[in-house]
Design a protein around this ligand. Structure first.
Ligand code: CTP
Ligand code: CA
Length: 220
């Protein structure tokens, strides 16, 4: 028996993970972003890789993860295009990216100058497509995992997302809670599935959340 034998139960599985917040341009120097660090998605990708999966990570975050196919994107539109190009051949989609719900209607070609007589500046936004919902609507055998970032009514809101987005699983968390969510290394997640009781996990490192998720996936 090999000394450092590592079971690789995800060998042969094609996994797509999205991570980080999208950046929606306002002009050549500014964008609308959000507080997502991408850490949860990166952890999902790393653990899947270590378990033997063929991982494609589509992300807005600068990272150099070995053994992973990296695709760098900025906007929700780019994220959607890249997911759609690999989704049909994949087995699992883990949608951890924090997609901007809205983007500026027009991107100014030149840097916007402030105006001496106007103290209020307005940017008109238009809704981005719901990527998860759009992609999951085309699924054949793929296992689709969404996230739900909430600050209140966690279960109620996450149940709605599970149903409306056609996801197999929603991993929900309260991003207003200390020690969980944006920027930190820990998360307290609740896993939701159709026709099953929600499962609440204790506060764990994001790597442990990812291990627990892939363990759930393999034993579901
Ligand atoms: N998502 C997506 N495309 C969007 C918005 C969200 O694919 N335009 C995905 C996220 O990646 C996540 C899930 O949908 O996996 C839930 O995202 P969240 O922001 O919590 O929910 P929304 O449906 O955007 O609803 P709201 O922000 O109003 O709570
Ligand atoms: Ca949202």
């Amino acid at each position: 028996i090999e000394k450092n034998f590592q079971p690789r139960p995800l060998v042969g599985k094609k996994v797509i993970v999205t991570a980080g917040g999208t950046k929606e341009a306002i002009d050549p120097v500014r964008y609308i972003g959000n507080r997502s660090s991408g850490k949860m998605g990166l952890a999902m990708a790393k653990v899947a890789r270590d378990l033997g999966a063929d991982v494609t990570l589509i992300t807005t975050v600068d990272t150099t993860l070995g053994g992973i196919n990296l695709i760098k994107v900025q906007t929700a539109a780019e994220l959607m295009t890249q997911i759609q190009s690999v989704f049909p051949e994949s087995d699992v989609l883990v949608m951890a990216a924090a997609v901007a719900d809205f983007k500026p209607i027009n991107v100014a070609e030149q840097k916007i100058k402030k105006n001496d007589d106007e103290d209020i500046f307005t940017i008109k936004l238009t809704k981005n497509p719901d990527i998860l919902k759009t992609v999951a609507a085309t699924k054949t055998n793929q296992f689709v995992v969404g996230f739900a970032a909430e600050t209140q009514h966690l279960l109620e809101n996450a149940e709605k997302k599970l149903a409306s987005k056609n996801a197999d699983v929603i991993l929900a968390n309260n991003v207003a809670q200390s020690g969980a969510g944006f920027g930190v290394d820990t998360n307290r997640m609740t896993l939701l599935r159709k026709n099953k009781q929600p499962e609440s996990w204790p506060l764990m490192s994001k790597i442990d959340v990812a291990k627990k998720f892939w363990d759930f996936y393999l034993n579901r």
